[in-house]
Design a binder for this molecule. Structure first.
Ligand SMILES: [Zn+2]
Length: 110
């Protein structure tokens, strides 16, 4: 089964907001891995907020944490990822409002 994960030793990225523990498709070790296509998919929705990705979205589509479970090789489909993106964006809204209210306060309008 296709494994899109590449670990930080094989291709150093040094951005642990975008990685998760998984099975590397190059060296076969379990380490912090990236799924570049998944991150690109998030970018295609305009998501560049690493905190949002780190807190609310999967960093890997498969071969992750649960590599010892029999289903670990079932990658999330793009449709499943899209649903997660939509709910993460919805969940983010109050935070955006919070920050914009804060910036109004900081400008001293009130
Ligand atoms: Zn590797």
């Amino acid at each position: 089964m296709f494994n899109p994960n590449v670990c930080d030793n094989c291709i150093p990225i040094d951005n642990y907001f975008l990685s998760d523990k998984g099975l590397c498709s190059i060296c076969g070790k379990v380490d912090e891995c990236y799924d570049a296509d998944l991150i690109r998919f998030y970018h295609s929705f305009g998501i560049t907020n690493e905190d949002l990705i780190w807190m609310n979205l999967p960093k890997l589509r498969g071969f992750g944490h649960d590599i010892f479970s029999p289903s670990h090789a079932d990658l999330l489909t793009w449709e499943q990822v899209e649903k997660l993106v939509m709910s993460a964006l919805k969940a983010q809204k109050p935070e955006i409002n919070f920050y914009s209210i804060n910036s109004i306060f900081r400008r001293g309008i009130y």
